[in-house]
Write a protein that binds this ligand. Structure first.
Ligand code: URA
Ligand code: URA
Length: 287
C-alpha cells in the first residue's frame, strides 16, 4: 500500500477510534473497505483494524460511518462495512417508482428502511411540502429536530429564514414545493453521509420528475453538489444558473449558514433576486 494510502488509513482508524469513544453509536466490526480511485484505476482493499467493539454493542444494533477524504484533488473514498454487515431494518418502500402522484409517493416511502441508522433514529420521514404543481422547488439538506417532529421541511429557525427569503422575492411557501436531499434526520444534525445521499437521492429525482418545476433553488452545499454532481465549493457555484435535467437551477447559501455567517446574507439576497428575475422571464416567455 502506498504511503499516501497508509496515512489515510491511519487517519480513518483514528477517526473510527474517536467515533467509537465519543459518539453514542457503537462500532462493532473490525474491517474497513477502501476504494481508491486516485490512480484512475478502481482498487479495492479490505483492511483489518484493531477496533474493539464497545461492550454494550450488539451486532446488528449499530451503525455506519463513512468518510470522503479528498487528497491532492483526487478522491479516495474510505468506507467501512459496518452498515452492510447488518440485516436490513424492517420497513417498506414499495412500488414508489410507479406512483403517479406525490401523496401516494409519500405514503410509499414513509417506512423506508434503506438507511438503517436513520430509519431507527428518525421520528418520521420528511417527504416535502407545498404545491404538487409548483413552478419552483427548493431543495435543502436534511430535516433537523423540528422537522423530524413536525414531519415538514424547513420549519425550525433556518426554515423561518427560508420563508422570509422566499417572501422577499414574492413566493409563498404554499406556491412552491420544499424538500430536502435526505428525507430523514441525521442524528445530532450531522452532515449527510455519501451512502445516505445515494440511498435517498432517487426520491428527490422522482419528486422533481413528477413536479416538473420551471426552476430549482438549491440551498447549501449538499443540495448543490448532489443535483449538479459536483465537488465545487458553494461559493464558486452560487449566483449562476445551471441546469438539472433541462430544468434551470440556482445555488445559494443555506439559511442555516446565514444564521451563522451574516456576511453571506448579501450575496444570498443578490442570488435570489436573480432567481426571481429569471422566473419572471421564463413565465413571460411562455405567455
Ligand atoms: N435544514 C434543511 O436543510 N432542511 C430542513 O428541512 C431544515 C433545515
Ligand atoms: N457552507 C455550507 O455548508 N453551506 C453554505 O450554505 C455555505 C457554506
Amino acid at each position: 500500500m502506498s504511503s499516501g494510502k497508509n496515512k489515510i488509513l491511519e487517519d480513518t482508524i483514528n477517526y473510527l477510534k474517536f467515533y467509537q469513544e465519543h459518539s453514542s453509536y457503537t462500532v462493532y466490526k473490525n474491517e474497513i473497505n477502501i476504494s481508491d480511485f486516485s490512480s484512475g484505476i478502481f482498487e479495492k482493499e479490505r483492511v483489518k483494524v484493531n477496533l474493539k467493539p464497545k461492550e454494550k454493542s450488539k451486532p446488528g444494533e449499530v451503525l455506519a460511518v463513512s468518510q470522503n477524504i479528498i487528497k491532492n484533488d483526487k478522491e479516495i473514498f474510505v468506507k467501512e462495512t459496518f452498515a452492510n454487515a447488518m440485516p436490513p431494518k424492517e420497513g417498506r418502500e414499495e412500488g414508489w417508482m410507479e406512483c403517479s402522484n406525490l401523496d401516494s409517493f409519500a405514503e410509499a416511502i414513509k417506512d423506508c428502511p434503506k438507511c438503517r441508522l436513520l430509519a431507527e433514529t428518525r421520528k418520521q420521514v420528511v417527504f416535502g411540502t407545498g404545491n404538487p404543481n409548483a413552478d419552483v422547488v427548493v431543495v435543502g439538506e436534511a430535516p433537523g429536530a423540528d422537522e423530524d417532529v413536525q414531519g415538514k421541511p424547513f420549519v425550525g429557525r433556518a426554515g423561518k429564514l427560508l420563508t422570509e427569503i422566499l417572501k422577499a422575492i414574492n413566493f409563498s411557501r404554499e406556491e412552491v414545493f420544499i424538500c430536502n436531499i435526505l428525507k430523514c434526520r441525521p442524528p445530532d444534525n450531522r452532515n449527510p453521509m455519501s451512502d445516505e445521499i445515494a440511498n435517498c437521492e432517487p426520491y428527490l429525482f422522482k419528486q422533481l420528475e413528477m413536479i416538473k418545476p420551471k426552476l430549482i433553488l438549491a440551498v447549501g452545499t449538499f443540495a448543490a453538489q448532489t443535483l449538479l454532481r459536483s465537488k465545487e465549493p458553494l461559493g464558486k457555484m452560487r449566483g449562476k444558473f445551471y441546469t438539472y435535467k433541462g430544468i434551470k437551477m440556482m445555488v445559494t447559501y443555506h439559511p442555516a449558514a446565514l444564521l451563522r455567517n451574516p456576511n453571506w446574507k448579501k450575496p444570498t439576497w443578490e442570488d435570489v433576486q436573480l432567481f426571481r428575475k429569471e422566473y419572471d422571464r421564463i413565465v413571460e416567455s411562455e405567455k
